[in-house]
Design a protein around this ligand. Structure first.
Ligand SMILES: Cc1cc2nc3c(=O)[nH]c(=O)nc-3n(C[C@H](O)[C@H](O)[C@H](O)COP(=O)(O)OP(=O)(O)OC[C@H]3O[C@@H](n4cnc5c(N)ncnc54)[C@H](O)[C@@H]3O)c2cc1C
Length: 456
């Protein structure tokens, strides 16, 4: 056979998998129809977090007076913000290209849309190839919701909202999940009026209510309107504006409309039907604990398997599947811990179960929360918004889940993740000597807020 492996998609799993397989002596073909690096590098994590940083700089400058520093005027240079983002994305794209080239002659990159056309056989760029293993890493793209009138207006998705030549005067965001919330705050801080329309009762509806309410309070304070419990009934043009009709009555009009209502897998034109690769009802590739699809020799990793849809999860997929392909399967994909962070400011991070999930599963737990405003360092740095929360198993003292809304929550959550991964009891955090003053003291405080660890 000409190739040992064909990898479809140069995303967060595909590139490390293809390059490591090639370096280990396997002949690999990597197919990519778009920009190298996939969603994270081009339209996801990298550009959004670059924009989050610019927006935060504007916010900090505007609020410096609270710390006794006078800033007379803050002017956002929107083209410069976008150019910085584009430069950073370009450098990551070049890094991916270098990494692929650096894998040597065993790795062949073919640009074009790849399709399964038979048993472990892929057609791409006018060529047909068969391999011992085919790995699908095709990712996902934004859902286009069935909102009447949506196709009559120039709506934005996560890619188009980051290619705007000018700052929107009023951005309406449909969807209060993490992507919608990150963009809402970025554009508000850069100077747009922003309205979020969310059908659920809260922003970031996956989180427990304390976390959602903390972010809603921050957003209110920054002038972001959140219209909760509102479905969009219809979208239409109103001269040069976009009008959004709401289920609770009334309309909101904006200059721009961002739709952030979820992501669907790129499997509809992949030939899965021809190759008998089973998809679930939403089009995600069905895989077992070791990434095997319904067809022997065909595997799938990353967002196209249904998630959790994070870059670090896709990357972890690659290392688990690498071992499977080399005949030494270890951990499975289903029982792993997946910490995550929404890059609002303050950040919202979590690992393990939320209280709602624990209760729904009938799991016994002890719970504690501590306001971020009780953390000394947060007071000193004027970053008091947020809340820390922990759930512990009463019989084993193991942490069932933790969530943090607060400054550097995305860093702090790793303390909980590491303790949980090690299977250590929550007591380990109590016995740790936490540096003063640090945000991590909050991590210790919330564990010590559990009655069993309270100081007498
Ligand atoms: C706005 C936004 C912000 C995000 N922020 C974060 C964050 O902060 N942290 C985080 O962890 N995650 C974040 N994510 C999610 C993260 O980007 C994805 O989970 C991750 O990129 C998934 O990687 P993947 O390898 O599964 O797929 P992708 O990175 O999407 O790669 C799939 C690749 O396959 C290619 N492809 C698809 N079909 C074919 C075909 N038939 N033939 C050839 N090539 C094909 C695509 O062009 C693409 O390059 C964000 C996502 C978005 C949209």
């Amino acid at each position: 056979m000409e190739f040992d492996a064909i990898v479809v998609g140069s995303g967060q799993a595909g590139v490390p998998l293809a390059t490591r397989l090639a370096r280990s002596g396997k002949k690999v073909l990597l197919a990519e129809r778009g920009d190298l690096g996939g969603t994270c590098v081009n339209t996801g994590c990298t550009p959004t977090k670059t924009l989050v940083a610019s927006a935060r700089a504007a916010h900090v400058a505007r609020n410096a007076g609270r710390l006794g520093i006078r800033v007379d005027a803050v002017r956002v240079d929107f083209p410069a913000v976008m150019a910085r983002k584009d430069d950073i994305v370009r450098s990551w794209q070049e890094g991916v290209a270098r990494r692929i080239a650096g894998a040597g002659a065993n790795l062949r990159l073919v640009r074009g849309h790849a399709r399964l056309v038979g048993e472990r056989t892929v057609e791409v760029g006018g060529e047909r190839h068969r391999a011992a293993s085919v790995i699908l890493n095709v990712g996902a793209r934004p859902v286009e919701p069935a909102i009447p009138g949506l196709r009559t207006v120039p709506w934005l998705d996560n890619r188009r909202v980051m290619q705007l030549p000018e700052l929107p005067s009023h951005l309406v965001v449909i969807g209060g999940g993490y992507i919608g919330c990150e963009f809402a705050q970025v554009y508000r801080r850069l100077g747009s009026a922003v309205t979020i329309v969310e059908p659920g009762a809260h922003l970031l509806g996956h989180e427990d209510v304390e976390a959602s309410e903390a972010i809603e309070g921050v957003f209110r304070g920054e002038g972001i309107a959140a219209l909760l419990g509102n479905r969009v009934e219809e979208v239409s043009r109103a001269s040069d504006r976009i009008s959004v009709r709401l289920s609770q009555g009334g309309t909101v009009e904006g200059s721009h409309l961002l739709v952030a209502t979820g992501r669907r897998p790129n499997t509809d034109d992949l030939g899965c039907d021809v190759a008998n690769v089973s998809l679930d009802g939403r089009g995600f590739v069905e895989v077992d604990d070791h990434y095997r699809t319904s067809v022997p020799g065909v595997y799938a990793v990353g967002d196209c398997t249904g998630g959790p849809q994070f870059t670090h999860t896709a990357w972890d997929d690659h290392r688990l599947l690498f071992d499977v392909l080399l005949g030494k399967p270890g951990r499975g994909r289903k029982d792993r811990l997946v910490p995550y962070t929404a890059y609002t400011d303050p950040q919202v991070a979590g690992v393990g179960l939320t209280e709602r999930e624990a209760a729904a599963k009938g799991i016994r737990y002890e719970v504690a929360t501590v306001p971020f405003a009780h953390v000394a360092r947060a007071i000193e740095t004027d970053e008091t918004a947020g809340v820390l929360k922990i759930l512990v198993d009463p019989s084993t003292e193991r942490i069932l889940g933790a969530s943090i809304v607060g400054a550097e929550a995305g860093e702090l959550i790793h303390v909980f993740a590491a303790v949980m991964q090690a299977g250590a009891p929550a007591r380990a955090i109590v016995e740790m000597e936490a540096v003063h003053p640090s945000f991590a003291e909050g991590v210790q405080s919330v564990v010590m807020a559990l009655e069993r660890y309270a100081l007498s």
